[in-house]
Design a protein around this ligand. Sequence first.
Ligand code: GLU
Length: 519
Amino acid sequence: MSTTNVRVRFAPSPTGPLHIGGVRTALYNYLFARQHGGQLIFRIEDTDSTRFVPGAEEYILESFRWLGIRFDEGVGFGGEHGPYRQSERREIYKEYVSRLLASGKAYIAFDTPEELEAKRGQVENFQYDAGTRLQMRNSLTLAKEEVDRLIAEGHQYVVRFLIEPGEDVVVDDMIRGKVTINSSILDDKVLYKSADELPTYHLANIVDDHLMEVTHVIRGEEWLPSAPLHVLLYRAFGWADTMPRFAHLPLLLKPVGNGKLSKRDGDKLGFPVFPLEWHDPKSGEVSSGYREKGYLPQAVVNFLALLGWNPGNDQEMMSLDEMVKLFDLEKCSKNGAKFDYVKAAWFNHQYLLQQPDEAWVPRFDALLQQQGIHSTPEKEADVVRMMKQKVVEYTDGQGNKKKRNISFVSDLWPLTKFFFVAPAGFDREDKFIRKNWTETSGAEMKALAEVLQTVGDFSAEGQKQVVDAWVEQQGIRPWNAWRICLVGAGQGPDMYELSAHLGKEETIRRMQFAIETLG
Ligand code: GLU
C-alpha cells in the first residue's frame, strides 16, 4: 500500500463519556496514521441534537490529552478541511442533499410519524423501500405542484435515499475481507430532516469523509451494518473511485460470559469502562475512570492496543512508538476480544515499576493525607522503594480472595501503615506474635535496643555491621521479635531497612513499648 496521503478520522458523537472501545478505535486510527506518515482527524458528529450531552466533547478531548494520543486536524486542532463539527456544516450538507434530489437518487417524503405508525400496523415487517415507497406520501407519488405546495406551506419532510433492490453490495473490508449484502434488505434511509435542517449520521458521515479526503475508515464492528448503505451513497454521489477503504474492528467482549462489554460489567467486577471519571450532567451519577482509578496512560494504551491485535510474537510491553512500528491493521482479529481487566492491572503494575519512586509520591501523599498522616516526599519515596514489589490481596468480581502485585499506588495503603503509625497494642491471638514472642524475647529486645543505642551510623548498612556481629556472638535469632516491635505483625520489608527508615529514636521507642506491653 502506498504510504503517502493516508488520512483517517476518529468521529465520535458527543452523547456522553467516551467508552473504552472508542478509545481503542481512536488508538488504532492513530497508529495507522502515524505509521503511514498520514493525518488523523478529530471530527465531532453532532447532527442528532436530541442526543447531545453538554461537556462530552471536552471530556473526549481531555481523554486523549491524558492518553497522549495527538490529532493533526479537527475540533480543537484546526486544519484546512473545517469546520470539523458537523453542526457547523449545515449549508454544506444541504448542497449535497440537493444534488441527490436533482439526480433522482433521493426523494422527499411527507409521511408523518402517525402515518408511518399506521402503516406498520397494516403491513407486517413494514420497511420503507422499493416494495412500499409507492404506497406512501412522497415526491415519487405526489405531483410536483403538490410537493412544492406542501413545502411552501411549511409541512415537515425528510429526504430518503432511493435504494434499488436486488443488487449485491460488496464491502471490501481490510479485516473481514469481502462482505456482501443484497440491497433488497436495506430500507430507504432518511438522509435529511427539514425539522432541524440537519442531515442524519449517514449523509453527514459520507459527505465529510469525502470532503476531508479520508482514505481509510477504521471503526467499531457496530458500524458494519451501515457500510453497504455507505458504499451505495458513495456511488450515488459519483465518488466510488475515491471511496475510503473500510476496516471494522472486533468487538470488545465481557470478561466473563458472552456478549458485548457493558458498563454493568465494569460496575459488577470493579473496573472502569471510561478513560476518565464522568459526572453525568443530568442524573449527577458518577462513573469511574481509568485515570482516577490510578492507571498510567501508557498502561491503558498498551493494554487496549492488544485487544484485537498483537505483534505476532510474545511481546506485550510496547511504547506508543514501538506500536506505531509494529501495528498491522490487516492482522487485526475478526473475533471479539475478551476484556481482561486483571491483565489491565498487570500492565499498570509493570509501568508503575518503570517509574522512579518519586513519581509515586503525589498520589501516595494524597492517600496518606486522607488518613490524617503528614509525611515528607523523601520518606514516602523511601517507603515506595521498600514496598513496591509486595503482593496484595484483593477480592475479584466473584467474591474470591486473590493475590496480585501492587498495581495501583492506592494498593500501598494499608500495607504501609506501620511506617507512619507505631503499633498501639499487640494482638496476642495473632499467630505470628504467639509463635515469635517467647519468654526470652523481652530480654533479647532489651539487649538489642542497648546495642542499637551504640550504633553511630544508623543506615541499614551501618546497623548491619554492628548487629550481625552481636547476633552471631549471642547465638540468637531476634528478627521476628524485632519485627513485632516495629510492625506489630509478621509483615514489612527487611528489618535493617525498616529501622533505618524509622530512625534510631523511633526504633528504640517502639521496642521499649513492645517490651512493656508484651513482657
Ligand atoms: N459518529 C459515529 C460514532 O459515534 C462514527 C462512526 C464512524 O466512524 O463512521 O462512532
